[in-house]
Design a protein around this ligand. Structure first.
Ligand SMILES: Cc1cc2nc3c(=O)[nH]c(=O)nc-3n(C[C@H](O)[C@H](O)[C@H](O)COP(=O)(O)OP(=O)(O)OC[C@H]3O[C@@H](n4cnc5c(N)ncnc54)[C@H](O)[C@@H]3O)c2cc1C
Length: 467
């Protein structure tokens, strides 16, 4: 697909020696550590860095970046490596800055419903910390990703239909620029009209413009009432139409997730659940007791209209957690359908009114294919994924997976959608950027990249084609 074979940069032994003098055994050149840092959870080829620095502070990140810049050595920031599009592969080698040890929650301001964390804090760690405050942070990519990585990929997940994505929930950032300066993009105010919105520029920049070291986030009060439900449908179309009508009616569902019949089979096998092997919606409602009841009754009546077969309720926290744990493991459940194969994850997102068309045509393509494909979707946002199982050693399977993927993306663009709702570009989706944005828009992205990172050292080969 995209040509990602780059010449590796020369990393002088003296640079690694200097880093060791400064950071001791927090600099690693052990092959297993390099391999782990050159590969994400997706199916793309790995490309290990030459060394990994485990930073513990903004100052250490800045020192490392300055040293790398002085030697023209590429830098790849790393959170937990759960991304899916080859994001962390060190395509030109260089130094990986792993921020996972920057795991301090720096402040929680209950009265303002916000907090500030270091980039290596994970979303589960943050919610565990917040448990007794009555607050929570809603964004939940399936993996226990770092807040820095989630910011850098503009991540979302099952709750985004109600609470938005990282774009909507990051208030401010501390960033180490490619020359090693430390900048802050904003203060704590909920809104500001003061100049270019650099916060939003760095959200979704995938490590190509700098290293994010601290993040200010919005928090939310834990709702008075929550309940989750599962409902099976006679067809994918019926489930999707239920979703569309729910969203168009303005029902503030907190989660509405589609799993097709094969995905449900995979989940049942993997998580030992007993759901009907039919296209299914998982719902969650947040609000007051009365509000939740009202939302649930409305959605139930819409589902019945489309042939939905009863709601299985999970009102106890323990049952809800089990349900969402099964949903979050859907990716690994699918991989187990054909052990040994890898999964190409697609991630299109379309306007809600076009969702039925996008999903039905995709399903037809998948049914006619030689490859096994499961489907899950954050359908309330018009976002869905097929996981296409393939053997990377078989060129005909790789070609077929690319064909299916390309058709999905082109269909999504035709319907006013995007090639990626939440996973990002990495190098895996680079080839679709021009089709989505057009050459003139890409030229502006290239100009921004060049202005901030003139030497092209930050995560080279990612996000912006030709930059
Ligand atoms: C099972 C599974 C389910 C998933 N479900 C979802 C989902 O529902 N929604 C969703 O959005 N994603 C999902 N993902 C993808 C992934 O979890 C997200 O992309 C996540 O945001 C990546 O965070 P990370 O900490 O693992 O980042 P990494 O993979 O370590 O890095 C991702 C990118 O961000 C850059 N980066 C990391 N940290 C920093 C930093 N501090 N400063 C600057 N750049 C940085 C890296 O260079 C890289 O380009 C899923 C992945 C898996 C494996």
């Amino acid at each position: 697909m995209s040509d990602h074979h780059y010449e590796r940069a020369v990393v002088p032994a003296s640079l690694i020696e200097t880093l060791r003098e400064k950071f001791g055994d927090r600099v690693s050149t052990v092959q297993a550590v390099l391999d782990q840092h050159g590969k994400d959870e997706g199916w793309h080829d790995a490309s290990p860095p030459d060394a990994v620095v485990f930073a513990t502070s903004t100052e250490e990140v800045a020192e490392t970046v300055k040293l790398c810049a002085a030697h023209d050595v590429p830098i790849v920031p790393f959170g937990t490596g759960s991304s899916l599009e080859g994001h962390v592969a060190a395509l030109r080698g260089g130094i990986c800055i792993d921020v996972s040890r920057m795991d301090q929650i720096l402040e929680v301001n209950n009265d303002d419903l916000d907090c500030r964390v270091q980039a290596g804090v994970t979303r589960e760690q943050l919610n565990e910390h917040l448990r007794d405050t009555g607050l929570f942070f809603p964004i939940d990519p399936g993996a226990n990703a770092s807040i820095g990585g989630m910011t850098a990929t503009r991540a979302s997940g099952t709750n985004a239909v109600r609470y938005g994505t990282m774009r909507d929930n990051v208030l401010s950032l501390t960033v180490v620029t490619p020359e090693g300066k430390v900048i802050k993009t904003a203060h704590r105010a909920r809104k500001s009209s003061a100049g270019y919105d650099l916060t939003r520029l760095f959200v979704g920049s995938e490590g190509t413009l700098g290293v994010i070291t601290e993040i200010g986030l919005k928090l939310y009060g834990i709702p008075e009432a929550m309940s989750a439900a599962v409902c099976a449908f006679p067809s994918v179309e019926a489930a999707v139409n239920t979703t569309i009508m729910t969203i168009q009616a303005g029902i503030p569902v907190a989660r509405i997730e589609l799993l097709d019949a094969l995905q449900i089979r995979a989940v049942n096998n993997y998580s030992k659940t007993g759901y009907d092997e039919k296209p299914t919606l998982f719902f969650e409602f947040h609000g007051t007791e009365a509000g939740v009841k009202e939302q649930a009754e409305f959605v139930q009546s819409v589902a019945e209209e489309f042939g939905g077969e009863g709601f299985q309720w999970a009102t106890r926290a323990e049952d809800r957690n089990k349900l969402w744990a099964a949903r979050h493991k859907a990716y690994y459940a699918s991989l187990q359908l054909e052990p040994g194969k890898r999964g190409m994850s697609t991630d299109v997102c379309v306007p809600i009114s076009r969702l039925a068309e996008a999903i039905m045509e995709t399903r037809e393509d998948c049914d006619a294919s030689i490859l096994t494909c499961t489907m899950v979707g954050h359908v309330g946002d018009g976002n869905f994924h097929t996981l296409i199982l393939l053997d990377p050693e078989k060129p005909e399977e790789v070609a077929e997976a690319h064909r299916l993927h390309e058709r999905m993306v082109m269909r999504s663009l035709r319907l006013g959608g995007t090639c990626t709702g939440e996973h990002g570009i990495g190098y895996g989706k680079l080839a679709f950027m021009e089709a989505e944005h057009g050459a003139d828009t890409i030229a502006i992205m290239q100009a921004i990249k060049h202005a901030i990172d003139p030497k092209g050292l930050m995560n080279p080969g990612k996000l912006v084609p030709g930059a």
